[in-house]
Ligand binder design. Structure first.
Ligand code: AP5
Length: 215
């Protein structure tokens, strides 16, 4: 299946995408992860993206579109993929549609994760991520055994710089203006599937599998 996970920052897209990818062996393609890695390695892309990411703004469309197209040319995506955090603007969605239709690889569904703003702020401010393997934790909801080390690989846990309260607020505003229009964009195409993203990680995962007919 060719899937998009859509929803506000911090709603739990990455957590669910990692679980589904692990179970079904479809690659999880997170533009946020790709960009953070480029920033960490100080590549030209990373240097360009950094200033946008730190303020919670979107990186210019063309940069992100090129990254995703290149990734979708890799053979591990031919049997299916999960796009997380892309597309984020109508321009990105149209570019993706054009690319996939030229390859005769249409989208199967767009999962739209819904949760209240209060829940999202709690999730983002308590998030910790592993610098080595990218595992995602929450200090209260999904606590690591040791607050500084990843349970899975022992890597260092850190708080993303864009999870500071002021940047979180800007990310939510940017989402409402630039990304939320994609809900009706995909609804009109008959691809949107709503997932209630409140409740435990396991409960949300069951909802994801139900929506995809995998339960
Ligand atoms: P990106 O990394 O994509 O961030 P985001 O969309 O803001 O999403 P998050 O990663 O913050 O949240 P998530 O929904 O994946 O939640 P998670 O599973 O981690 O983008 C970062 C930046 O990169 C952007 O601001 C932009 O600058 C740039 N960028 C990226 N893509 C771009 C694009 N296409 N175009 C332009 N710019 C782009 O969960 C959050 C927390 O909640 C965790 O602590 C988790 O443990 C916890 N949690 C998850 N599920 C549950 C649950 N059910 N119950 C309790 N806690 C839960």
């Amino acid at each position: 299946m060719n899937l998009i996970f859509l929803g506000a920052p911090g709603v739990g897209k990455g957590t669910q995408a990692k679980m589904l990818s692990y179970q079904l062996h479809w690659p999880h393609i997170s533009t946020g992860d790709i960009l953070r890695e480029a920033v960490r390695r100080e590549t030209p892309l990373g240097r360009e993206a950094k200033r946008y990411m730190e303020s919670g703004e979107l990186v210019p469309d063309q940069l992100v579109i090129d990254i995703v197209k290149e990734r979708l040319e890799e053979s591990d995506t031919f049997k299916g993929f999960i796009l997380d955090g892309f597309p984020r603007t109508v321009e990105q969605a149209e570019a993706l549609e054009e690319f996939l239709s030229s390859k005769k690889r249409p989208l199967s569904a767009v999962l739209y994760f819904e949760a209240s703003t209060e829940e999202i702020v709690v999730r983002l401010t308590g998030r910790r991520s592993c610098r080595s393997c990218g595992a995602i934790y929450h200090l209260v909801h999904q606590p690591p055994l040791n607050q500084e080390r990843c349970d899975k690989c022992g890597g260092e846990l850190y708080q993303r710089s864009d999870d500071q309260e002021e940047t979180v607020r800007n990310r939510l505003k940017v989402y409402e203006v630039q990304t939320a229009p994609l809900i009706s964009f995909y609804e009109k195409k008959g691809l949107l599937r709503k997932v209630k993203a409140e409740g435990s990680v396991e409960k949300v995962y069951s909802a994801v599998k139900n929506v995809l007919g995998l339960a």
